[in-house]
Design a protein. Structure first.
Length: 477
C-alpha cells in the first residue's frame, strides 16, 4: 500500500503544518495521478490492505497531531503537493487530474477561498498548504508551509562532480578551453563525445579501463579522461560501459549548472552492444540477473532525463590500422586516440598496486564482498568468499591441521577456485578429499577393508597416503 500511495517518509503523509495528517493518503490513489516525483513500482493492494494501512497511519499521526512537529523543509522534496498558495497574486492553486483550478479569496474571511477558474495548465509555484473543503467550490486553508530556500546553482560542472564524491573517476581529468565552452557547444549542437574501453587479459585478468573525450567541433575546448577499474567482471564490454558512464555523468553535471539547457550531443563508441544497451534501457528497473547492473542503473536513474538530446552513433574500431590518421573523420580519430589512452592506463599499472574497486558517483550504496562489489549476475563472487572463509576455518582446525591461517593467506585461492570450476565434478570431489587427507588411498582403504595392503602399488615401498600420491618418485606415476 505504501508503494501504491507513493509515500517514502513520514513527511510525505503529513500536511503542510508538519503535525497533522494529509488525509488524501487515507484514500486510494487513482492510477492516473502521481503523488511523488520518485518512481514507484506498480502495486494493486487489496481492500483489506488499505484498511490496515489506514489504521497504521492513524497510529503514526493521531487525530490530535504529532507530539513533536516536523522541522522546516530542507529542500523542495519529492512529494507533489495538491494545494499551493501564491501570496503575491492572491491565488490558491489546486492541481488534480492533470489540470489546475484557481481559487480567490472569499469576501467573508481571509482563510476561505472560492473557485474562480477551472482547467488551467499546472504550474508549480507558491507555498504548499493543507485545506479543508467547506462547501461546493469553497475551501478553507488549515495550514501553510514556509517556502523552501532556493538552492543556488553551482558555478561549474567540476563543483558538481566534487559534490557527488567518489572522485576517483576524475583523477586524470584534463580540461582545455574556456569555462563555459561545453554549455555553448551543447546549445549549438557542436559537442561530440567519444569513448573506448580496453581489456588485456595477458596483463590483468581482473582489470579493465576506458578513455573518453568531449570536444567542440568548432575548437572551443576539450575534456580528456581515463581510469581503470578492478573487478572480477572485468572485460572489454565493461570498459566500454565505463566510458559511457563517465560521459553521461559529465553531461549530467553540466545539466545541473544549466538546468534548462537545450541542444544536442553526439556520443560515439565502437561497441554496438554497449550503445544498444544504453539506448534500450528501461525507464524504472534493470532486469534481475543483468550483468554490469551497477553501471546501467546509474545511467538509467540519473541520466535518462537530460534537458538536451543525446544521439548515439557507432564508429568502426581500429580504423588507423587500414588508413592514415589524417584521412579519418574526426570521431574516428578520437576513437583511435581513446583506444591508445585506455591501453596506456593498463600498461601503466604493470608493477604497481592495482587500486581496489570503488563506488561510482551518485551510487547510493554498494555491497562489498572482500575487495569486490557485489552486483546482480555476480553470485559466484559471494559463493567464492563464503567458501574461502569456511575453508580457512576447516583447514586450520586442530583435528585437520592442513594449513595454518598465515599459510592459507599465501595461496592464490582465486586461481584455485577458477580451476576447480572448470574440471568435472568427480575431480572436484577427489581434490577435496585429497586436500583433507581422506582420498581413497591404500592406507585409507586398509582402515575399513581387512588385510588390505597399505603399500603404494607403484613403488611398493612407502605406505600410500595422500601425501605420498603427490611425491611418489616411481617412473610413470
Amino acid at each position: 500500500v505504501r508503494r501504491h500511495q507513493q509515500a517514502l517518509f513520514l513527511s510525505d503523509i503529513c500536511g503542510a503544518s508538519g503535525s497533522s495528517l494529509d488525509e488524501r493518503y487515507l484514500r486510494k490513489r487513482p492510477s492516473t495521478e502521481q503523488w511523488s516525483s520518485l518512481k514507484f513500482p506498480i502495486e494493486r493492494p487489496a481492500a483489506k490492505d488499505f484498511r490496515l494501512w489506514n489504521i497504521a497511519i492513524r497510529q503514526l499521526v493521531p487525530t490530535a497531531g504529532l507530539a513533536v512537529r516536523l522541522g522546516k523543509f530542507l529542500h523542495s522534496g519529492y512529494k507533489k503537493w495538491e494545494w499551493r498558495l501564491c501570496e503575491s497574486e492572491q491565488h490558491l492553486l489546486h492541481a488534480q487530474d492533470g489540470v489546475m483550478d484557481v481559487y480567490v479569496p472569499s469576501s467573508s474571511s481571509s482563510r476561505r477561498w472560492k473557485k474562480a477558474i477551472s482547467g488551467c495548465d499546472i504550474q508549480e509555484r507558491g507555498k504548499p498548504c493543507s485545506v479543508r473543503e467547506s462547501t461546493a467550490n469553497r475551501v478553507t486553508i488549515m495550514s501553510m508551509a514556509p517556502a523552501t530556500v532556493q538552492e543556488s546553482l553551482p558555478d561549474s560542472f567540476l563543483d558538481v562532480l566534487r559534490e557527488w564524491g567518489n572522485t576517483w573517476m576524475w583523477d586524470s581529468l584534463k580540461l582545455l578551453g574556456e569555462d563555459d565552452w561545453l554549455v555553448t557547444a551543447i546549445r549549438e549542437g557542436t559537442c561530440i563525445a567519444v569513448t573506448d574501453g580496453s581489456y588485456i587479459r595477458e596483463i590483468f585478468d581482473d582489470v579493465c579501463s576506458c578513455g573518453f573525450v568531449l570536444e567542440c567541433s568548432h575548437g572551443r575546448g576539450r575534456i580528456l579522461g581515463s581510469f581503470p577499474e578492478q573487478s572480477s567482471r572485468a572485460c572489454a564490454y565493461r570498459g566500454e560501459l565505463l566510458g559511457l558512464l563517465a560521459i553521461h555523468l559529465i553531461l549530467l553535471a553540466v545539466n545541473k549548472v544549466a538546468p534548462k539547457l537545450e541542444g544536442s550531443v553526439k556520443i560515439y563508441s565502437d561497441c554496438l552492444g554497449a550503445l544498444n544497451k544504453i539506448t534500450t534501457l528501461p525507464t524504472n528497473r534493470i532486469p534481475s540477473g543483468c550483468k554490469h547492473s551497477d553501471i546501467l542503473k546509474n545511467i538509467m536513474i540519473h541520466c535518462s532525463n537530460l534537458s538536451f538530446d543525446c544521439e548515439y552513433l557507432h564508429v568502426e574500431a581500429h580504423q588507423d590500422e587500414r588508413k592514415a590518421y589524417l584521412q579519418l573523420a574526426r570521431p574516428s580519430q578520437l576513437n583511435c586516440c581513446m583506444d591508445i589512452k585506455a591501453k596506456n592506463v593498463l600498461w601503466g599499472l604493470m608493477g604497481e598496486v592495482v587500486p581496489p574497486q570503488g563506488i561510482f558517483p551518485l551510487e547510493p550504496m554498494a555491497v562489498m564482498v572482500g575487495r569486490e562489489k557485489l552486483t546482480s549476475g555476480s553470485e559466484d563472487i559471494l559463493r567464492f568468499w563464503c567458501q574461502k572463509k569456511e575453508a580457512r576455518e576447516v583447514l586450520s582446525h586442530r583435528k585437520v591441521k592442513v594449513l595454518q591461517p598465515d599459510a592459507f593467506d599465501e595461496v592464490d585461492w582465486r586461481a584455485v577456485y577458477q580451476t576447480l570450476n572448470d574440471v568435472p565434478r568427480m575431480f572436484q570431489i577427489w581434490a577435496c578429499k585429497q586436500v583433507c587427507g581422506v582420498a581413497g588411498t591404500n592406507e585409507m582403504q586398509a582402515r575399513y577393508t581387512p588385510n588390505h595392503c597399505k603399500k603404494c602399488p607403484s613403488c611398493c615401498v612407502e605406505i600410500e597416503t595422500c601425501g605420498h600420491v603427490l611425491s611418489c618418485e616411481e617412473a610413470g606415476r
